[in-house]
Design a protein around this ligand. Sequence first.
Ligand code: ATP
Length: 583
Amino acid sequence: MLQSRRLAKLSAYLRPHWREAILGIIALLTVNGLGVYIPWLIRGCVDRLSTNFDWYEILNYVVVIFLLSSAMWLIRMSSRIWLFGVGREVEFDLKQRIFEHLLKLEPSYFATHTIGDLISRATSDVENIKRLLGFAVLSLANTFFAYVLTLPVMLAISVDLTLASLAVYPLMFFLVHLFSDRLRKQQTVVQEQLSDISELIQEDISGIALIKIYAQEENERRAFAEKNQQLLTANLELAKSRNTLFPLIGGLANISSLVILWLGASRIAAGNLAVGDFLALLIYVERLVFPTALLGFTITAYQRGEVSIDRLESILSVTPKIQDADDVVHLPKTQVKGKLRAKNFTYTYPGATTPALDNINFTINPGETVAIVGAIGSGKSTLANALPRLLEIEPGQLFLDGTDITKIALADLRAAIAYVPQDSFLFSTTIRNNIRYGDPLSEQENVEYVAKMAQIDSEINNFTQQYDTIVGERGITLSGGQRQRTALSRAMLVDAPVLILDDALSSVDNQTATQILKNLSTGTVKKTVVFITHQLSAAAAADRIFVMDKGKIVQIGTHLTLVQKEGLYRTLWSQHQIEELLR
Ligand SMILES: Nc1ncnc2c1ncn2[C@@H]1O[C@H](COP(=O)(O)OP(=O)(O)OP(=O)(O)O)[C@@H](O)[C@H]1O
């Protein structure tokens, strides 16, 4: 069952390249046909030697054999180019498919799958499938044709000598069968250990500062040594099985030649076998030795590929949970006014026992700036993630301009809602390209305009390379506040009618944050701004404030009305004032 599913997958990978595959297989068939015909000619030539022969005839044989051998060489080369080419094409397709598929998956998928493991699957597993479809297919087809074409001719020459020479084959196939299960299991372990190591390297490099601060180098070194040791053990086990099986196959295949040599020689001596037949049989058996001995490597390439198919398919078979509904509604950004509404909105994270958001109700009017404040873990980020559907939510709970957001085409919804998350991720490219990420062709004046609105323009101009400064892993490191304001500029450039800032100004001082918020609410067409924050003095400038506690909105009002009332907001405000005084 599993096997047939894998074969179905393999043929699906091959389908777009069937022409090259067929050409390669036909070329292999031709090569093997010639490989059988040439010894047949040699046989005739040798038999002529034992009768009265003329040199002209022998020369003819030599020329024909030379020409056929040259043709065989050319066709074999073409078969390799076609079949290895198919492997490379499939490698290209798979890498592209995996990447595109990963882009479609929801963020929660990446919370449960490590980057190291995904990278290992997209590289070394794809490489194994390339080898399966290049080398293993070529080798299997070659072995198959070698046997199918050679055996009938051998049998035609001598049935009993042929059967005697093949007497060791059942033993050989039995050995292959015996080892194949073990090899496959050992291969799976090696591939899993490889993923584990990639994961560890990736995580340790990302967390290098933490390792140093907590002086955990020795522990991490030990953890790595342990995983590395496990990989070594798994590799050695696999090598032991392979190194037992492969020489055995090669050795047994060679016994066939010895059998022909021994029995054939005694028959020639007895006058029961022509020298030409003997020579042809010897060449034919030799022809079979190489593909048979190669069978071990072919099996390895095949099994590695099989394990890798399973590992890749486990990614490719994941259906994106968040996708366009069947009755999708298109809502172009230019038509969106920016009204947001939540109706009895409840959200529980998968596996959680209590909801992160519990029966939330609100309406945010177009152009309104709403600050969301509350204790840590009260559900603010969950709400911010739910609005652009970064979380999988049930229909009928959240609405944009009166339309259920689960019905709005994802591309339209996300074009209408610009979102700046808590972690302001920047790509390793120039500040300009980071800012115009959502609109790569945007003019410099627009880039500068949004940078001014986000209060980062003057700092960028102080860098020697200004907007051409490279940031991120391959460039300079911006301060937390600079990163946040660059990320905010990026969100502002796409000019979406709704802007969600999830604690996106936490590293910016209160005064600058308040100024930025004011800048956001100016302009001809006012954006709807949802400003999640712990900075209460910046929140105070908002049109309204939602106060959240334990997954619920417990208060709604302006700063002035809320401070006058008994409740969580007043407590938070008092704390904030004390903190400001103590600064
Ligand atoms: N991926 C997740 N899986 C399970 N539970 C989660 C997940 N993310 C958040 N939670 C839980 O949901 C609740 C709300 O979290 P959320 O991040 O929305 O709070 P928040 O108000 O934004 O907090 P903060 O002010 O610290 O950013 C918390 O109890 C949190 O532990």
